[in-house]
Write a protein that binds this ligand. Structure first.
Ligand SMILES: [Zn+2]
Length: 87
């Protein structure tokens, strides 16, 4: 499989799609978003996503909720940036 940029990708590692609606790019299962979208997430929000993700193995419902909230905020940050760019 080739990505739009031409890099060869090991498809066995690709089990997720980028979390941004409408992107559809396959990403390794350890990643939330494709690189193009992840770099649009503000750094403090990137840290929040990663911190809450690493707290997930505790199987604590509050940890899951915190991670989901961080993911939602990251997606909203990308969408807001796209809307500003389109305006
Ligand atoms: Zn993407």
């Amino acid at each position: 499989m080739n990505t739009p940029t031409g890099f060869r990708v090991n498809t066995k590692l690709l089990t997720n799609l980028c979390a941004v609606d409408g992107c559809g790019l396959a990403v390794p299962k350890t990643l939330l978003m494709c690189g193009n979208h992840w770099v649009q997430v503000p750094a403090p929000l990137q840290r929040r996503v990663l911190t809450t993700y690493h707290a997930l193995p505790s199987k604590n419902l509050a940890a899951v909720a915190a991670y989901r909230q961080a993911v939602e905020l990251a997606k909203q940050a990308v969408q807001a940036k796209a809307q500003r760019a389109a305006a």
